[in-house]
Design a protein around this ligand. Structure first.
Ligand code: NAD
Length: 471
């Protein structure tokens, strides 16, 4: 059996497959593949009366558009290669969903659960200061966001550090995205990646040919879904699939074990149990200690939403799901991807499916630059237009519009959350259509992953071929 490529090798091999389809020159292939720059820092923070030295990275991949954009990950396993792989994926991801950013990623080698909130605040501020001093955080050139192990709180600490160091920068709030609402964040960013996964699957199921090719039929209703990882991305994806499309979440896998119930788990009840007890144990008799084996059970859709390299040459042959929906970054190695393809599985690839986060980050960044909340200018006009329409309807039908009907009409008002969801849905739907068109129109493109890479890389290559004056 062929050994698995590392995460970085996998991303590069997937990219090269697309570069060959596009017949890019060797030089341009090399230029796009590699990170433009990687900055490694070591910095001390005083903890328990002594200094503890931390190690972190920020990688900037393709700078064909600025700022470069990508999350900052806190995990004990983070290393430079992983950050470079994630930065490359960000370039391709932004290109797939037409978000006008280059790609970047950052990481800090740390187990956040080992530190108090106060310590994490000081560690984050120190890391941010190192990056800000070298312009690796900057609203015009390099804008982080949350990723594994980080969330709105870490982003607020980074934004505050930037603001203190750059008090005259009018766009300081745009230096990171995924901030809390009262720090310049945007409604709908926390749920965005999971919601994007949801819209991506809804769009996939609106194409009967694609559904049939995956060996399935019908809609998402009652489809049996296994989800690995129940953090930010996994929870929201599972929640919307269950609550809005009636899918059955039959297994939830976390690092401390898993739950398996063929009748479908109540996603919000599981989440409440985790918040109360810290884990899955004790939720019900459906608890299974060996979570990883549940990835191999029979189901319609498997959603890896935890880490990279979860489906490898070791277990790919045993995956029974028809569709593997990559909510995580790099959950399938290059070699495992070939095995899944040979077995007739459909993989909906990470660079498309989890792009909801960066899409809404783009909305947040634009809102920070414009200094105005979305919908603020036209909300009253919309309200009056709606009131006038209702009055007209009542006059014409000689019937009163009741409160329930009025509420239904109000659901589509342009408040910030509705606007964000609308922009995200539009992005995920139109990007999927573009990818499937590439797949269907090019006989040398075997699957959705290669199609997404071809679609993304062609746009980046076009910039370098046509517009870059320094090349
Ligand atoms: P998170 O830290 O909120 O959650 C991670 C989840 O994975 C947790 O439930 C954890 O228990 C679980 N997990 C960790 N190791 C595991 C293991 N070995 N087996 C099973 N479960 C395990 O992280 P997140 O933000 O939800 O990110 C998840 C994935 O999605 C990552 O690959 C990340 O890069 C990707 N992603 C995140 C975003 C975002 O906006 N947060 C955007 C795009 C992609």
């Amino acid at each position: 059996m062929e050994a698995d490529s590392s995460f970085l090798e996998s991303v590069n091999k997937m990219f090269i497959r697309a570069a060959q389809v596009l017949e890019l020159s060797p030089g341009l292939t090399e230029h796009i593949k590699e990170c433009s720059s990687v900055y490694e820092v070591r910095f001390p923070v005083r903890i328990d009366g002594d200094y503890k030295v931390f190690r972190g990275w920020r990688a900037s991949h393709s700078e064909h558009k600025l700022p470069v954009k990508g999350g900052i990950r806190y995990a004990p396993t983070v290393d430079q290669q992983e950050i470079e792989a994630l930065a490359a994926l960000m370039s391709y991801k932004c290109s797939v969903v037409d978000v006008p950013f280059g790609g970047a990623k950052g990481g800090l080698c740390i187990d956040p659960s080992q530190y108090s909130r106060e310590e994490l605040k000081r560690i984050t501020a120190a890391f941010a200061e190192e990056l800000i001093n070298k312009d690796y955080i900057n609203p015009a050139t390099n804008v982080p966001a949350p990723d594994m192990g980080t969330g709105p709180m870490e982003m607020s600490w980074m934004a505050d550090t930037y603001r203190k160091l750059n008090p005259t920068d009018i766009n300081a709030a745009a230096c990171v995205t995924g901030k809390p609402l009262d720090m310049g964040g945007i409604d709908g960013r926390v749920e965005a990646t999971g919601r994007g996964v949801f819209y991506g699957l809804v769009e996939f199921f609106s194409h009967p040919d694609d559904v049939e090719e995956a060996g399935l039929s019908g809609s998402l209703k009652d489809k049996r879904i296994v989800i690995q990882g129940f953090g930010n991305v996994g929870y929201y994806a599972a929640r919307f699939l269950q609550q809005e499309e009636g899918a059955k979440i039959i297994a939830i896998i976390k690092s401390d074990g898993a739950l398996h119930d063929e009748e479908g788990l109540d996603v919000d009840a599981v989440k409440a149990h985790i918040e109360e007890t810290g884990g899955l144990k004790g939720y019900s008799a459906d608890y299974v200690a060996d979570g990883l084996s549940l990835m191999e059970i029979e189901c319609d859709i498997l959603i890896p939403a935890a880490l990279e390299a979860q489906i490898t040459t070791e277990n790919a042959g045993r995956i029974r799901a028809n569709i593997i929906a990559e909510a995580a970054n790099g959950p399938v190695t290059y070699e495992a991807d070939l095995i899944l393809h040979a077995a007739g599985k459909t993989v909906i690839p990470d660079l498309y499916l989890n792009a909801g986060g960066v899409t809404v980050s783009y909305f947040e960044w634009s809102r920070n630059i414009s200094h105005m909340k979305l919908g603020r200018m036209d909300r009253q006009i919309q309200q009056r237009r709606l009131d006038a329409s209702i009055t007209l309807m009542e006059q014409m039908s000689r019937k009163k519009v009741d409160d329930k009907q009025r509420q239904a009409l109000l659901r589509y008002q342009s408040d910030e959350l509705n606007l964000v969801r609308s922009g995200l849905e539009d992005t995920m739907r139109s990007s999927y259509k573009a990818i499937r068109m590439v797949k269907n129109n090019h006989h040398e493109v075997p699957d959705l992953r290669t199609a997404a890479y071809v679609y993304a890389v062609e746009k980046i290559a076009h910039y370098y071929r046509e517009y870059a004056v320094h090349l």
